[in-house]
Design a protein around this ligand. Sequence first.
Ligand code: CP
Length: 348
Amino acid sequence: MKSFLNVQDLGDLDKALNEAALIREVRYMYDTLGKNKTLLMVFFNNNLRTRLSTQKAAMNLGMNVIVLDVNAGAWKLETERGVIMDGDKSEHLLEAIPVMGSYCDIIGIRSFAGLTDREYDYAETVYHQFEQYSGKPVFAMETATVHPLQAFADLITIKEAMMDDYFPISLKKPKVVLTWAPHPRALPQAVPNSFAQWMLEADRQGINMGIGQDKSGETYGIDFVITHPEGYELDPKFTQGARIEYDQRKAFEGADFIYAKNWSCPGVTHPEDYGKILHDYHTMMHWTVDAEHMSWTNNAHFMHCLPVRRGMIVTDDVIEAPTSLVIPEAANREISATVILKRILESL
Ligand code: CP
């Protein structure tokens, strides 16, 4: 694997999930694969889980790790071509990238949506510049439009919960609902884009979410539904084939997993609204996932990628309930990153 941005880069999801399960059981079974290989992680914005889990994954594989926080001590980087650099940016990314590539074997990139220029963000300009000019394999640690390490960890977590809930035999195709929830600040669409892309691909591939099932039955894949207020439609590039239900209660009925996330306007139908919050959040608090919302479900598990604002996205009782999966999701970031780094190391 030379690049990891979309679910298609991983190929067969059943195989990837089995690899993840093996690594979870025998964490250090590939601990010499990365000997004398160096991972460079480049961060253009804040994070917590991403740095810790990806660094731990690299260490599981015996790699060396270098971290560059672009906003903490590095030269300010210009990212656009054709500009006269007479401002506060001292170095252009197009020189910085090959220099970074010369010090390492693999590069992880955490860029972020600017939320002002839809075309620029959705072209994944920064990620593709690293792909093109670093000379090294690259992978996304959340970019302007996707967060595949998170979505892979979420898929692993759903499968594990299915096996725990229904062991030894799962006879049910899980209903997974992605719900918009209010937030005081404009957030990117990377997490919901990737979550939708991965859930839909898991369904298309008919992956086995439980164990010991009959492949002829209706038990493979995922029944995936997205619910949000009108105007927040995600890019069809990620959601083609998803059921969209504007009535949050109807969407929640019979759900096995509720995945909450805020996102700003994706600007699909109205590009001029890209990155905006469409309504004062005070008027949208009925979308916050609370105990009443969860009572509409099939005793669903609550999921969120974290960090999460309590009282906005979800209430304390829901996130603290035994059915909440937010901590296992975060823990599985180490597993998803280990699988991806292993695949990349094997292709060097
Ligand atoms: N979920 C996630 O990527 O968390 P961080 O932003 O803290 O890394």
